[in-house]
Design a binder for this molecule. Structure first.
Ligand SMILES: [Zn+2]
Length: 372
């Protein structure tokens, strides 16, 4: 074994021990061992803090951030040795049966880790982690996908016609056919492999559409009533414990591995999520003096400031049709507060009717709400 690889395995074990991950792993093994069910695949999500790993060993830290598949193999080997040494799971036979999923707590706050669709050329073939920030605009229902499957050699005389040598598990970005299909061959005798269906493991999958947060900022205030438009979104795949963790309209930071998915004649760039974090946005830190002055001028009325803002800015930021509804709501507030005399109410009602025609009945201007 290369000294580097041995060193990285040592560090992985030290990290697991110090972070409490080893104890969680042992507990998870106990659950598998106590179960009466027979398993082909044993899945273990492991929480990884890249900063802590980099402090222990820069090479392993670099593997986790830039070569996650190889890093996963290192943890898989360490965990398999632990299971065998401590006799944690009696059923477990081969290392291939260990499905280790590294879950990252965060990524370094550096531009090279930001998933940006504005940057050219795209270099998202390296299968490493990026962080995207965006708002969820659509989501699918939760469906099933093949998390793992067991294959055996068709030739009964071959040593691999039984046992757990051929275990295939889903890796980030892989399609269903990469995990299960019917043209795999035995590496020992080149006979075709067949799937042992009773060991197939299904997981949950959900597809999310996200609009980049920067696109929202760029188009803030833009309104076009004539030409309907939609923001360009990109697809995020959520699997297993991440499904149903996102809500439409919320803003999230998603750590994941970019995937190029072939669709018809095009290649679509997607992101397979590794971890998601809800963004808690605070309002603007400073409000301009003019705005504060406006608020003080209108403070005698409970509705005037809001109405003024709605009249000035709502048409630019609201989708077509909503602006009129907003103005109607403000009218409705008039009535409820009973701040108007019966005569004025009649006037407002006349204006209300005019609003339905989108025109002021007094002077034909479009700002009839503030005309009187
Ligand atoms: Zn064979």
């Amino acid at each position: 074994m290369k000294p580097d690889l041995l060193r990285m395995k040592e560090v992985a074990l030290i990290y697991l021990d110090r972070s409490g991950g080893l104890q969680k792993f042992v507990n998870a093994c106990k659950l598998y061992n106590d179960s009466k069910q027979s398993y082909a695949i044993f899945r273990f999500p492991i929480l990884i803090n890249p900063s802590d790993i980099i402090e222990l060993d820069a090479t392993l830290g670099n593997y986790i951030l830039h070569k996650p598949v190889k890093a996963t193999q290192i943890f898989q080997s360490v965990c398999f040795t632990a299971v065998k040494t401590l006799s944690l799971i009696q059923q477990l036979q081969t290392e291939a049966q260990m499905s280790i999923v590294l879950k990252l707590t965060h990524l370094p706050s550096l531009p090279s880790y930001i998933f940006s669709l504005c940057k050219f050329p795209f270099d998202y073939t390296s299968q490493r982690f990026y962080m995207a920030e965006g708002i969820v605009v659509a989501m699918s229902t939760v469906t099933k996908y093949t998390q793992g499957a067991r294959f055996v050699c068709c030739d009964e005389n071959c040593a691999f016609s039984e046992g757990f040598q051929y275990i295939r598990v889903h890796t980030p970005g892989a399609t269903e056919s990469a995990t299960v299909r019917n043209n795999f061959v035995c590496t020992l005798c080149t006979s075709p492999l067949r799937e042992d269906m009773k060991y197939r493991v299904l997981g949950d999958k959900q597809i999310i559409e996200i609009v980049d947060a920067k696109a929202i900022s760029a188009f803030q205030g833009f309104s076009s009533s004539k030409t309907p438009f939609r923001f360009q979104s990109f697809t995020v795949f959520l699997r297993d414990e991440l499904t149903n963790k996102m809500e439409i309209g919320n803003r999230y930071k998603v750590i994941g591995i970019p995937v190029c998915m072939p669709s018809c004649i095009q290649i679509t760039l997607c992101l397979e999520a590794n971890s998601i974090h809800l963004c808690n946005l605070t309002g603007p830190s400073q409000i301009s003096e003019k705005f504060k002055y406006l608020l003080s001028l209108t403070s005698k009325s409970c509705w005037r400031f809001t109405a003024l803002l709605a009249n000035s800015f709502a048409s630019q930021v609201l989708p077509p049709g909503i602006n009129n509804t907003l103005k109607l709501v403000i009218f409705a507030l008039f009535f409820n507060k009973q701040i108007l005399s019966p005569f004025c109410r009649m006037t407002v009602y006349t204006l209300y009717l005019a609003l339905c025609k989108e025109q002021c009945c007094y002077c034909n201007c479009s700002n009839f709400l503030f005309c009187f």
